[in-house]
Design a protein around this ligand. Structure first.
Ligand SMILES: [Zn+2]
Ligand SMILES: [Zn+2]
Length: 385
């Protein structure tokens, strides 16, 4: 990494970005409280502030990220147009550029030179530093990894008109609200500046904090973490450990209780035909990744202990994987048969048998998993004692 540190010191400052980030931040932390104390902001402005944060934020997470960068679902042109406008409002570069960077991030995650916002280079670099100097000048006009997106007329229209759209949305929208609510300066400060700074830094947390703070239940091959607090701030993107291993999935928070409004929006839109082709990773793969991680952690902890201490656990683990596979195979068969029965409008007597078989296998798998977890805990106790 010697080479990158040397070039880094000489990378020219990108003054436009530095000034935009610096000035908007200063106005947000100084101008907004001053105006709030001397004039106050109306309830209407605060409501518009929250809604505008939501619109811009979710355009990035549902649009830039899960739709265009990862193609986890497809969307109607009206929705794509709205995301393109919201993305310009969020001021995070064009869809084409953002997705190109993001695909590099996934491909080379944590690599000091090839991951555009590598978390291995520290908090500051991955959060905002990577945008303040020309570290990757050679990449700025290379869009080879987003050739598919170049077929989307909305993506290319936004890319060509990006500057106009950002000016229109970031100045036009607050000014319009200000005229309607009779407080142009207040609207500019709250919905223009503070809103932009909040949108910026919450998105940037995904590149910085979501690679540093949280749990790694699915993989430790990269630095990405699952963190419910960050999910709350980032419209569900905080389940970043899951996302890095299963990036083709339109969900990031896969449990019903996990906060993922981006997923809810995509799913909700599918009921009205606005989105379709929602991709999900197989539950078998997800469960297997989780069990593999638990087992691997214990193996590392036990590596200093005599061989025989792990044998029982190994056997139990093999059994568990077998039961997991049996259960998901039977479930798939049931789903396929049910779909066939629906399609052909006929009643299949085997359907009930299959349902019973799936229930039995599910119980067997859960019982085995309970045993395995108990065994894991008892091993952990012996290892730490
Ligand atoms: Zn991603
Ligand atoms: Zn990441």
């Amino acid at each position: 990494m010697q080479k990158s540190n040397q070039t880094e010191a000489h990378a020219p400052v990108i003054w436009l970005n530095t000034l935009v980030f610096g000035i908007t931040f200063l106005i947000a932390v100084i101008g907004v409280p001053l105006y709030g104390l001397t004039h106050g902001f109306s309830g209407g402005l605060w409501l518009a502030f929250v809604l505008t944060i939501g619109f811009a934020g979710i355009s990035i997470t549902a649009g830039y990220h899960r739709l265009w960068s990862h193609k986890t679902y497809q969307a109607n042109p009206v929705l794509r147009f709205l995301f393109a406008i919201g993305g310009a409002l969020a001021l995070q570069n064009s869809i084409l550029h953002w997705s190109s960077d993001h695909r590099e991030h996934h491909k080379h995650v944590d690599h000091d030179d090839h991951d555009p916002y590598s978390a291995s280079r520290g908090f500051w670099y991955s959060h905002i530093g990577w945008m303040l100097r020309e570290y990757q000048q050679h990449r700025y006009t290379n869009y080879d990894n987003v050739k598919d997106l170049q077929q989307d007329p909305i993506v290319m229209w936004q890319h060509r008109n990006y500057l106009t759209l950002t000016l229109l949305t970031n100045f036009g929208w607050p000014i319009l609200l200000g005229v309607l609510m009779g407080d142009i300066l207040g609207a500019m400060l709250l919905i223009g500046f503070l809103r932009l700074v909040v949108n910026h830094h919450t998105t940037f947390f995904i590149n910085s904090l979501a690679h540093m703070w949280g749990r790694q239940p699915y993989t430790d091959r990269n630095s990405a973490r699952d963190n419910g607090w960050l999910a709350f701030l980032t419209f569900g993107e905080g389940y970043h450990n899951y996302h890095h291993i299963f990036s083709a999935d339109y969900r990031n928070g896969i449990r019903w209780w996990q906060f993922d409004p981006t997923k809810w929006l995509i799913k909700g839109c599918s009921w009205f035909g606005l989105t379709w082709g929602l991709k999900k990773c197989s539950e078998y793969q997800v469960e297997k990744a989780r069990l593999d991680m638990q087992f691997q952690r214990l193996q590392v902890a036990a590596s200093s202990k005599p061989q025989h201490t792990m044998e029982k656990l190994h056997e139990e683990y093999e059994q568990l994987l077998l039961k997991l596979k049996e259960y998901y195979l039977a479930r798939k068969k049931l789903l396929d048969t049910r779909a066939k029965a629906l399609r052909d409008q006929m009643h299949l007597p085997t359907l009930e048998q299959l349902q019973q078989q799936v229930r039995d296998l599910k119980h067997a798998f859960k019982a085995q998993r309970r045993d395995f977890r108990e065994l894991l805990e008892s091993y952990q106790r012996t290892l730490t004692s």
